[in-house]
Design a protein around this ligand. Structure first.
Ligand code: HEC
Length: 102
């Protein structure tokens, strides 16, 4: 019985952990904001799912990525034009755009 409880606890822990790591991508927010530029690479935006284009940007670190979004960065408007996005949304959106299509 003890073993069963331990196994169940392990399953729950793993499930919670992956839920935290893979925050739900807010596709509605992506479509009405980021996609406008990042889907086609408009104005030099790193294209969605173009892993190589995103690599040097990601290397600047999460904090810098969020700062670029909040303040704007060259042709990228402040907040990426998503005014109801929070930092969790931004992180999920960056992850979505910077990795290969699933
Ligand atoms: C109006 C067009 C536009 C929209 C909308 C937009 N971006 Fe961008 N984004 C850009 C451009 C252009 C760049 C590249 C700027 C440069 O490197 O000069 C960029 C760069 C970035 C970068 C890299 C910043 C850096 O420091 O290298 C991140 C992260 C990013 N965008 C996230 C987002 C997210 C998340 C959204 C949606 C919430 C979004 N963008 C919406 C145009 C846009």
């Amino acid at each position: 019985m003890k073993k069963l409880i331990a196994a169940a606890a392990a399953v729950v822990t793993t499930a919670t952990f992956s839920a935290l790591v893979q925050a739900e991508v807010p596709m509605d927010k992506y479509n009405k904001s980021c996609a406008i530029c990042h889907a086609a690479g408009t104005a030099g935006a790193p294209k969605t799912h173009d892993v190589a284009a995103w690599k040097p940007r990601l290397e600047k670190g999460d904090a810098k990525m969020l700062e670029s979004i909040h303040n704007g960065f060259n042709a990228m408007p402040p907040k990426g034009m998503c005014f109801d996005c929070n930092d969790e949304d931004y992180k999920a959106l960056i992850d979505f755009m910077s990795t290969a299509a699933k």
